[in-house]
Design a protein around this ligand. Sequence first.
Ligand code: PAF
Length: 279
Amino acid sequence: MIVHTVADLRRARRALPGRVALVPTMGALHAGHRALVRAAKEAADHVVVSVFVNPLQFGEQADLDRYPRTLEADAAICAEEGAELVFAPSVDDVYPLPLEVSVRTGRMGEIVEGAARPGHFDGMATVVAKLFGMVRPDLAFFGQKDAQQLAIVRRLVADLNLDLEIVAVPTVREADGFALSSRNRFLSAAERVTGLALSRALFAGRDAVAGGPGSVLAAAEPVLAAAAKEDPPLLLDYLVLADPATFTPVASGHRGPAVLAVAGRVGATRLIDNLPLEF
Ligand code: PAF
């Protein structure tokens, strides 16, 4: 069932007994989202998928305008994967008043991906807090693909004492390693070839993990440098080894978990990817 208003969502939510899982999305669902819904379905009695392109987390109007909107196909995928409810509200329903009170993500929202996209994580965390309030899920599922988002959502739940569990689901990749994303559909064949350098750099870094953080970065960097000379070129934004909980870059002698994260632009499309590592 698709519901479009908060009032209808609340009515439908009250009729769902047992544990309810939320999979928040912006639509244009692909196999990565299927994996989220499947994991949610295994863990809970009922699954709600939200489909909402959140204007608050977009910097450029053009990026918001061209974000793919495919609600019919999305609803079919949700039904195939056994989600009971698709919540697809309007902007006015989610933001009925000009925002006075919103979520600030502080330093965590300003570093790494946040430095490239000012305000993005505040907008993301604000809508996620709203979705938690509207759906009142027992669990919510997020992709590892957006590792910094995942870290910030975990921190949102901890800092605001929210009563739900956040579950991370591994990134789904194509056979050649390219991480799935709703934005991949914008890539030309040549842009995709260049963009493949992101995952190749991460895998090269992972293969060097025994040598420590310095070796990981040294192994990944040449792959990205070569892609910067391709036609079309990769315009590298960052390659960073970060603490998965805070996203602060780790020191050279770091021991324990870390996430190797990379972002760059190919043509008009911004791509991000990451791999969790253990030192
Ligand atoms: O990851 C996304 O698709 C979005 O950032 C989210 C979590 C649905 C919030 O708009």
